[in-house]
Design a protein around this ligand. Sequence first.
Ligand code: GAP
Length: 443
Amino acid sequence: MDKIVSLAKRRGFVYQSSEIYGGLNGCWDYGPLGVELLRNVKEQWWRSMTFREDVEGIDAAILMHPRVWEASGHVANFTDPMVDCKECKARFRADQLEDALCGSPAYKGRKAVKCQAEGKFTEARQFNLMFKTFIGPVDDAGAVVYLRPETAQGIFVNFLNVQSASRQKLPFGIAQIGKAFRNEINTKNFLFRTREFEQMEMQFFVKPGTDVQWFEYWRGERMRWFADLGMRAERLQFHQHEPDKLAHYAKEAFDIEYQFPFGWGEIEGIHNRTDFDLSQHQTFSGKSMQYFDDGTKERFLPYIIETSAGASRSFMAFLVDGYREEDAPTADGGTETRVVLRLHPKLAPVKAAVFPLVNRDGMPELARTIEQGLRPHYRVFYDDSGAVGRRYRRQDEVGTPYCITVDSQTLQDHTVTVRDRDSMQQERIASDAILRYLRDHLG
Ligand code: GAP
């Protein structure tokens, strides 16, 4: 994990938020390559959802009417048990003391559970994870609003707006990507548990009685999405929630887990939310949330199958899954270790790099012409500094699928070499066929 965090910073994927001020715990900034990878993850998800005939997209506000969070159960239930250490004043999640380290420098490396055994902790009390702020200039209780802890509620409250505007019939879904905020007691493991993150959520509205079948359908679809984007199957698994561990809104739930270096961790939750949310909003708002089936002339509250992925956690899982250290041949016939990010080409931040072999004999000009020709179509990178082997390594490390090199043969027959990131094999193709080559290989 340390190697990946260090690569992420060095190559501009992820930086600590407000780093020059010592950082802000649980918040991260995405650098030039990170923002591309994150956008590509979100774009693939958005396409997989909204290019379907039966899913519409929305983008709801982060701030919502405070009654939304009473109806959803977040004001009453979205809490974690918290304890304070009377000695070092650190705060911990009472149910995660095995994982947490004592906050006292005098006990470096000691697990918090030991301090608990010695009676250093206060009694556990419930801590609500929602961030509070005030709307307008008055900071009194009547002006309290919350930063949304999930994007889902923006979908539920818009269910009938979207349904009537799009003239969708059940079953159909609404998809949304957006920021969510949780004032986690302990953040940990890089992007895994943060206070500000992005979610990619889709709520699929179905007729009660068909929910079990749609739950199974979406469980399969979502696992396939990660696998189709190249995630290794042996590092993915389902984890079913035991009945006594189900969230207050769920009838059935499975997590998709990825095997991170620190262990298995949830990257997406798939929940059968029944009609809990629509029925709560109907009660709290006094507005009917019923669907009218003009075939059977029935009115009813649909059940909801939710697929809820973390964009930030998926980003981290793709980064971790892509990271490899491999033996690679050197120019003098030896071997060296190369770091390569085997990202799916659809996710790679840069699709191709263009190099002149040397900075003379007209090679840079030719390489620049090729780069300019590709730029309107793909995100490409031009590099003319250092030995070509070093340039290949720099691109391997950030997951660039293809490197195109202009060499002395190009000057004679207008062909270039194209090197494949994963096999490291090179082939010669005509320089005017590069765009077609990339289209065939990248889509
Ligand atoms: N609407 C349901 C919901 O929000 P969740 O299991 O609490 O369910 C869904 O969250 C996903 O959001 C998780 O699988 C995870 O990928 C992401 N997520 C949740 N809390 C997070 C945090 N503190 N930091 C980063 N990602 C988080």
